[in-house]
Design a protein around this ligand. Structure first.
Ligand code: ADP
Ligand code: MG
Ligand code: MG
Ligand code: MG
Length: 416
């Protein structure tokens, strides 16, 4: 180990390597009291839980390759820098929404942060049929606050442009999204896979020209419309919960993009949780209550997002967009309210489209989700996934004519 060279940690080496860090001494206790476990279950990074006589911490370290695939797929360590920068901005924009960050080491690609306990990954809780109090409100607020406060609606032009430039460096992680989300699902890309039994449906989707155009329109929006700092990977595997608390983790995909991207990806994951529930039923109808709750979460996320975004619009619109003086000058006191409802309408159309594409890529692409994967019976899994594929297509092609959130949840109910 050379002091200025990157080297991956292991549970055996971590106390020696990080034992001198004051913040870990304070938070966890002396290094000779530490116990270290590696718990990373994600696709990309190492995650260590360090416990000692004074407390605990999480040490997240990037690897120079994609963990899920191996050294054959290199990925820059700089993703740790973007994760750190996103976490501190999310904490400032929505205090308490993310784990507290205690230390960042750029050379070692390490973020030291609060260990969330007894939190579990939301996706696993949903597969088990568990509910979380206040979930929709917390997530709707997180989206509204981080997305509004990272945009030209709120920031000074200089600060916003500096952040745009900073996060523009996250090229490799954006490239993953650009390919895996927006393109690979729609042709026979090498890393794709899908459940046996879906071949016919998959072939029809890949021959569907309107769908492929819709996917590329969404991709162009993602690559070119730098509206705000996105979390970039806001699915139910990036959320940790107790019965009453919700925290967001893992923003290494952060980049500037369209506001509707995070909201759409998030809602898609609740719709997939809903559509996968029948696959987890011991007896038909067992999960009907859970399904209703999941759709109430979808509605609650959007309704809270709109309410909080509107509140911020009315009270914190200090950026360079839609200035009140534009309207008040002409005596149109309600002009900025009209502009607000128009802006929310545009975000809604984006949200619906991104929601659809996320539903497709989780079934057709490389990265599948436990909601469907944990359905052991392939026939049952294929039946659930087929409904999600059909709904995803309707959302992508029909985004502009989707009237509102209750029409969207009604569509999900009709898919059953
Ligand atoms: P990756 O970028 O590889 O997906 P994540 O940040 O999602 O890594 O972390 C992987 C896993 O580690 C999570 O699913 C969670 O179980 C655990 N984890 C990550 N951060 C924390 C934290 N702050 N507190 C507790 N557990 C965490
Ligand atoms: Mg993750
Ligand atoms: Mg990650
Ligand atoms: Mg039903």
């Amino acid at each position: 180990y050379v002091a200025h060279d990157y080297s991956p940690l292991s549970p055996a080496t971590l106390p020696d390597r990080l034992g001198g860090l004051a913040v870990l001494g304070d938070r966890v206790g002396p290094a000779d009291s530490w116990q270290v476990r590696e718990v990373g279950d994600g696709n990309l990074n190492l995650v260590f839980i360090v416990t000692g006589s004074a407390g605990s911490a999480v040490v997240k370290q990037a690897l120079p390759y994609v963990r899920l695939v191996g050294e054959s797929w290199p990925l820059p360590l700089s993703r740790s820098f973007f994760e750190y920068n996103a976490l501190i901005r999310q904490e400032a924009r929505d205090p308490g929404s993310v784990p507290s960050v205690w230390h960042f080491d750029e050379v070692q690609a390490i973020v030291v942060m609060e260990y969330l306990t007894p939190h579990v990954i939301l996706r696993h809780a949903l597969v088990e049929g568990r509910r979380v109090e206040g979930l929709a409100e917390r997530l709707g607020q997180f989206c509204a606050r981080t997305l509004f406060r990272g945009s030209d609606l709120s920031m000074t032009a200089a600060a916003r442009k500096a952040d745009l430039a900073l996060f523009a460096g996250n090229v490799a992680l954006c490239d993953i999204t650009e390919n895996l989300v927006f393109s690979d699902p729609y042709f026979d890309a090498p890393m794709n896979r899908h459940t046996a039994g879906l071949d016919g449906i998959v072939a029809r989707l890949r021959a569907d020209l309107s769908l492929k155009v819709a996917a590329q329109h969404l991709k162009m929006a993602f690559t070119s419309r730098a509206e705000t700092m996105l979390h970039g990977d806001l699915h139910t595997g990036s959320i940790m919960v107790t019965d009453t608390e919700t925290k967001v983790i893992d923003p290494e995909f952060a980049t500037y993009g369209p506001i509707g991207f995070d909201v759409g990806m998030l809602i898609a994951n609740f719709l997939m949780a809903h559509l996968s529930q029948p696959g987890h039923e011991a007896r038909a109808g067992d999960r009907a209550g859970q399904q209703d709750w999941l759709l109430s979460v979808v509605e609650g996320i959007w309704e809270t997002f709109v309410a909080e975004f509107s509140h911020l619009w009315r009270t914190e619109r200090r950026g360079i967009l839609y200035q009140a003086s534009l309207y008040e000058d002409q005596g149109h006191a309600l002009g900025s309210e009209q502009a607000l409802s128009d802006v929310i309408g545009r975000i809604w159309v984006d949200t619906v489209g991104f929601c659809g594409v996320e539903m497709h890529r989780r079934i057709l692409g490389l990265a599948h989700n436990a909601d469907f994967e944990r359905i052991a019976d392939e026939g049952r899994r294929a039946a659930c996934e087929a409904r999600a594929l059909a709904m995803g297509r309707q959302l992508m092609v029909g985004a502009a004519s989707m009237p509102g959130i209750t029409a969207l949840t009604a569509m999900a109910r009709r898919m059953d």
